[in-house]
Ligand binder design. Structure first.
Ligand code: SF4
Length: 368
């Protein structure tokens, strides 16, 4: 599967880019000065499968709190990278270099990219081994950019590129870029145009993908899936965040589902199932749930649950195994396109599937 070639950027214990696994990140919604609550939320995010967590660091006071949070998190979860999210205060970004693993800045808050505020940050991060995210936001472009380019994807690209050129001139390549917007079409266009602009200048910085202010519930999930998924399907994206107006722990499951749908997360089983119709030969939904419960923990395996043998085998795409309705109360099991057990009574069909997976060396006991 094609993925855009990017350089590897170490962010503390986590590596972004270079064709590695796409990193799922999130952001605390705690008050950064409430150190207990922030550390506890980092722990919950880690438990959910997140290895990179950003915290709002708006003033010197929050920068001080970040020092404590970093110390405490590193003592307990050294595999989690911590990122300071800084807006409006270049001095706070500078104070975080050498403390956190990555500093996120918004170029819209800086004046001249070649001015002292940004170059000092770049030089200090280079010396300290801290990464920077150039986090362009559609809603907060610098006035001089908007005057020249308008409030457009082209303006977002121009903003990112002038900061990236300064990084390159100063020999600093621990850089990740994002081009977030709440409008999915603007977001997708901005990333695609950025990739073209970087290619023209032989730049290969990794990209962090996200749709801002995506909302909650079904809307937030679909917006994120459309924006992030469109780019991942193009091979663009090295790290993602699903932003939901919900507890951030909820974001991780959605992010992993997006990665799985794009063929980028093989850590769990993937399921293909038909919607069911008048031909369906068993109650599809409970059967699918039982198959998922029994086999969902198996890495890298794709299992199809199909309602009938008329269309099921042809439509189960590239599944590794198929559980297909063969007649009332009977199921036929497939390995790829090959029938391996014909017309198994439905009561024993799940056990027969597990037996087949065991025989093929695919089975593993579910971790405690
Ligand atoms: S696979 Fe069979 S049961 Fe499922 S939707 Fe298609 S025709 Fe209907």
């Amino acid at each position: 599967m094609f993925r855009r070639a990017t350089i590897e950027v170490p962010v503390g214990p986590v590596m972004i880019g270079g064709g590695r696994e796409v990193v799922v990140q999130s952001m605390c919604d705690t008050d950064t000065n409430d150190i207990e609550a922030s550390v506890a939320q980092v722990g919950r995010l880690r438990e959910a499968g997140c290895r990179m967590v950003r915290l709002t660091t708006q003033r010197p006071r929050e920068a001080e709190s970040m020092r404590d949070i970093v110390r405490r998190v590193r003592a307990v979860w050294p595999d989690v990278a911590l990122v300071a999210d800084v807006h409006f205060q270049p001095a706070v970004a500078l104070a975080m270099a050498g403390v956190v693993d990555k500093v996120r800045i918004n170029p819209g808050n800086y004046g001249d990219p070649a001015g002292r505020q940004f170059t000092e940050l770049v030089d200090k991060c280079r010396e300290a081994g801290t990464a920077i995210r150039i986090g362009v936001n559609h809603g907060s472009l610098a006035r001089r950019i908007v005057e020249r380019w308008g409030d457009t994807p082209a303006g977002m690209v121009a903003s990112a590129m002038e900061f990236l050129r300064v990084c390159r001139e100063r020999g600093f390549d621990r850089v990740v870029v994002s081009m977030k917007a709440s409008n999915v079409r603007v977001m997708v266009a901005a990333y695609r145009e950025l990739v073209s602009a970087m290619d023209e200048e032989d730049m290969h910085f990794p990209l962090h993908l996200g749709v801002t202010e995506a909302g909650s519930g079904i809307d937030g999930r679909v917006r994120s899936a459309v924006g992030i998924g469109a780019l991942l399907a193009d091979g663009i994206g090295d790290t993602i965040r699903v932003s939901l107006t919900e507890p951030p722990e909820n974001e991780i499951e959605v992010a992993r589902a997006i990665l799985q749908a794009c063929g980028l997360d093989r850590s769990r089983a993937e399921f293909i199932a038909c919607p069911g119709c008048g031909r369906t030969l068993f109650e599809l939904s409970p059967v699918l749930e039982r198959v998922k419960a029994a086999t969902g923990h198996l890495p890298g395996v794709k299992i199809a649950v199909m309602g009938c043998i008329v269309n099921g085998p042809g439509e189960m795409a590239d599944a590794d195994y198929g559980y297909v309705g063969a007649g009332p109360g009977r199921v036929t099991l497939y390995r790829g396109r090959e029938v391996v057990r014909r017309e198994v009574p439905q009561d024993g069909a799940l056990d027969a599937l597990v037996e087949l997976l065991r025989a093929d060396g695919v089975w593993a006991e579910r971790p405690e």
